[in-house]
Design a protein around this ligand. Structure first.
Ligand code: BJW
Length: 232
């Protein structure tokens, strides 16, 4: 194999075939909710009940879905690849974790975590959250919020991501539309570092012109094939 350091970025498209709706499809998750209502700090201040319920419903959905062949193939790649391997996901579901991925960065947070609004301490969260949910780290407590990166907030682990993008020689983006920054810019950063860039998607993304190679189709078909090629 000619690559020594691989960075993979995944988006909602990789979980679509597990049954989790993508954000910008016509029947997408946010059809009944305006983005600013459920995915901004301002929306949370305005209507906490709505935002808690939105994420409670999505947390519950995780019990009904399973990792698909694409998640599993990426975990296999990590297990068998001899060089550096970093998987960055924009997804807040736990399907990469459940497929067995280890060196995984959840840059937009995780549905199964909650954060103390006062101290920033992060807690595991499998049950519903609401306005009365309390942390056990401060008193008086300001309560817990979903550990999700909303618009206008800084994505997580950006320093580590930047370092990995600088040193990778293969960058692969799977199932992401290239609408949301800074993730949409990762391909440019990887290219500046000299990496080859491959896009795997059902259709062209907003940033498709920055990739060297495009593979269009379903993630569950294309990702296992690509992994097989990389490991052969
Ligand atoms: C398949 C498939 C199958 C389907 N097989 N493929 C103006 C210009 C530029 C930037 C900005 C701007 N104004 C504001 C900004 C910044 C803003 C932003 O990007 N806004 C844009 C809307 C313009 N970004 C932010 O605010 C971020 N923070 C930030 O920038 O901080 C400052 C900073 C400065 C410097 C450095 C670093 C930071 C925070 C962004 C937080 C995004 N959060 C969300 C919501 C999380 C909550 C939740 O989940 O409820 O994260 S938004 C939403 O979009 C979610 C996703 O992770 C993210 C990306 O979406 P994704 O994954 O690409 O999904 P889709 O649906 O768009 O696409 C699915 C794709 O799959 C499609 O392409 C399909 O074709 C494909 N597909 N089925 C293969 N079976």
């Amino acid at each position: 194999m000619k690559y020594s350091s691989i960075v993979i970025l995944t988006g909602a498209g990789i979980s679509a075939e597990s049954g989790i709706k993508t954000f910008r499809d016509s029947d997408g998750l946010w059809e009944n909710h305006k983005i600013e209502e459920v995915a901004t700090p301002e929306g949370f201040i305005k209507n906490q009940k709505l935002v808690y319920e939105f994420y409670n419903q999505r947390r519950k959905q995780l019990r009904e879905v399973e990792p698909n062949k694409a998640h599993i193939a990426l975990a296999e790649l990590e297990k068998n690849f001899k060089g550096r391997f970093t998987l960055i996901t924009q997804n807040v579901d736990n399907l990469h974790d459940r497929a067995g991925s280890k060196n995984l960065i959840h840059m937009h947070g995780e549905l199964l975590k909650a954060r103390c609004q006062e101290s920033g301490k992060i807690y595991d969260c499998t049950d519903n959250l609401d306005q009365s949910s309390k942390c056990d780290c401060c008193s008086p407590t300001n309560g817990l919020r979903p550990h999700i990166v909303w618009f206008g907030e800084m994505p997580l682990e950006m320093a580590r991501i930047t370092m990995e993008l600088k040193r990778c020689n293969l960058f692969i983006a799977i199932g992401t539309s290239g609408n949301v920054y800074p993730a949409a810019n990762f391909v440019r950063q990887a290219k500046l570092a000299g990496a080859r860039a491959i896009e795997v998607n059902k259709e062209t993304s907003q940033v498709y012109n920055h990739f060297d190679e495009h593979r269009y189709g379903l993630a569950t078909e294309l990702v296992p094939k690509l992994v097989e090629e990389l490991l052969s």
